[in-house]
Design a protein around this ligand. Sequence first.
Ligand code: ADP
Ligand code: MG
Length: 468
Amino acid sequence: MTSGSGASAMTDTENWDRIREKLRAEYGEATFNSWLKNIELDKIDGDTVSLTLPTRFLRDWVLNNYANRLRQLWCAADGAIKSVNLRVKPLDRKNGVAQKTSIGLAEATEPFTDKAPGAFEAASPDPSLMAPLDPRFTFDNFVVGKSNELAHAAARRVAEAKDSVPFNPLYLYGGVGLGKTHLMHAIGHAIAANSPKKKVLYLSAEKFMYRFIRALRYKDTMNFKEQFRSVDVLMIDDVQFIAGKDSTQEEFFHTFNALVDQNHQIIISGDRSPTDLEGMEERMRSRLGWGLVADIHPTDYELRLGILQSKVEQGKIEIDPRILEFLAHRITSNVRELEGALNRVLAYSDLVGRAVTLESTQEVLRDLLRANDRRITIEEIQKKVAEHFNIRMSDMHSARRARAVARPRQVAMYLAKQLTSRSLPEIGRKFGGRDHTTVMHALRKIDELRQQDIALSEDIELLRRMLE
Ligand code: ADP
Ligand code: MG
């Protein structure tokens, strides 16, 4: 096979071999093996190189993440090349015509989701069991704080265990966007790097179900069972999905037991603890709690700031640190939203060609900030303040005017105004039906006291941090 240019002394195959070596060196062994190894040179037609991949999922992933680099390398190797096509290699007749996508034009990159298109339709009779792992979700990119240190340490332990199984299963749980999937992918990357011979299978519980249903439909359950039981490490993400799906649960239960019997590592994530998984059979719930159950708590301010800092460092982004502090203070829901907020702010500044300011940040994120505000309730504020000053919750509503209770009550009103979007009359109502002028008076009083009384000012700062 030679290219149409005729100018190149190198054959196309030689060019391709060199490009592959460059890719391997640039992206590292683990990434190369996960994503790039299976790209094959199909043909060169005029100024277009055709490459094939075994599945649509891989094709889409490579297209979104490595297409530009592939094209650059080809253009550099052979001046006659202008574009690169990535196609799915036709595997069997059922699959029909290979899907063709040109990468001659810049493609929008899509964020990774484990619902990537075609991840399931890969019509290979022997669907690759190798995990599709997001290359960004590594241990290196995971910022550890109080809220996730147990889960992180457990994940590391499992990832670094060469021939032993430290806990089986490892069950990670926590709210949405707190890093469960990230940790599982990180385990996958680490095992691929440390023990490349180990077969690791990562998939969502949802996909497990689809695979199972497919196997039933094609009367292929033997093969299904065999495939799942032959892996060294099985990771099932978002297990709550199969709650209430009885036959899938049944199959999963057997798979689970078979792997545990062989002493193969299982890692599971869920949005709640095993005991709280409604719609899950009792025997399954109890099995899930056999190993180590590690929960990931909501983030605190320091962790959020750390995550933002690590993101801007990685991306070599110049940004006023006060913006990061502002975001860490105000976007408290979860890490996914926090990252999304930063990206939005950066994209906006890029578009309008101006540096990010506090004002533009507030403007761009108005909806998000409001949604996050609503999360702190007046009751929570009252509770924290009462605890802090060692008074009863009922004193927040009572008519007692002794300074020892009146002052904390005023502090709570002050924080309610700062941290929620409630109006003065609404706040008054929550404090035993007080008038809005009473609230206004409280706000003024606290503002005034904060100027003189450093201890009070620090108390308020501390409370605010805890609440946020
Ligand atoms: P979950 O699976 O718990 O819903 P993900 O693992 O998908 O959450 O995390 C959501 C996003 O937040 C991802 O982009 C992930 O990289 C990021 N993220 C979560 N926790 C951390 C952390 N501790 N350090 C860095 N990034 C994090
Ligand atoms: Mg997840």
